[in-house]
Design a protein around this ligand. Structure first.
Ligand SMILES: [Zn+2]
Length: 246
């Protein structure tokens, strides 16, 4: 919008609120405390004490010799009020494996900064999960992991579900019943009732471990479990229930 100046400019004043990047800390704090509800914001001071959760990540030996310990510390905002929120504040990853030192430091510093910026930080999960290791991923607990970083994404998701920032992808009873029914039908159609992978088959490196899914199951594109079966012209996943007909 253009303003026509019809008089001589004899004096001027800078509106401090409109000078980008010049807001004082006090003004920022005021902005985040509207309605007395404190939201996650980068100027929030770190309290003396935070609540931490540590997750152990054990990747196959050929990927990393040592386990990783991922610690996520949360801050509790508006404690004791109806607006009480628990939000991740910082993340640390500890491992004896020094090969990974550089990227771990970079990743944790950046993730912690994203946590403190606030807003919807759940995108981190998908971003991390989309990172694949060019040397190939690995199987862990019946699911294919594209890289260590992708598995760190799974840990972050688990934590965000725990603190209520993400909904659990656990199936409800009716979905589980549907999957169980599909599995029974499939096994009957194959002319047997207990065709499951034997535990020995999973013992080799990089092969799917025994997860109770039919031997002929393919990898599900949605949840990565080797649990997708073809039935009546539809590919159905016996782990997450995803179904596509083609
Ligand atoms: Zn699936």
């Amino acid at each position: 919008m253009a303003i026509k100046i019809e008089r001589k400019i004899t004096n001027y004043r800078v509106n401090e609120n409109e000078v980008a990047g010049q807001e004082s800390a006090a003004e920022k704090t005021a902005a985040v405390e509207t309605d007395n509800v404190i939201h996650m914001h980068e100027t929030l001071q770190r309290p003396e004490e935070l609540i931490g959760s540590t997750y152990k990540l054990k990747v196959p030996e050929h990927v990393s010799e040592h386990a990783m310990y991922i610690t996520i510390n949360d801050i509790v905002l508006n404690e004791g009020t109806e607006h009480e929120l628990r939000r991740p504040f910082e993340v640390f990853i500890n491992t004896k494996n020094l090969d990974h030192f550089q990227w771990i430091v970079a990743l944790t510093v950046i993730m912690s900064a994203v946590f403190r910026k606030g807003g919807d930080i759940t995108f981190l999960v998908d971003e991390l999960r989309s990172v694949f290791d060019p040397r190939g991923g690995y199987w862990s607990k019946g699911k294919y992991k594209a890289s260590i970083i992708a598995e760190i994404g799974d840990v972050i998701e688990r934590h965000l579900i725990k603190i209520g920032m993400l909904k659990s992808i656990e199936l409800d009873n009716s979905q589980q019943d549907m999957i169980n029914q599909k599995r029974e039908e499939f096994e009957r159609s194959q002319g047997r009732d207990t065709a499951r992978r034997s535990p020995e088959q999973g013992a080799q490196e990089n092969t799917p471990p025994d997860d109770g899914f039919p031997t002929e199951a393919a990898q599900c594109k949605k949840c990565n479990a080797r649990a997708a079966i073809m039935m009546d012209g539809c590919i159905t996943c016996l782990s997450c229930g995803d179904s596509k007909c083609g």
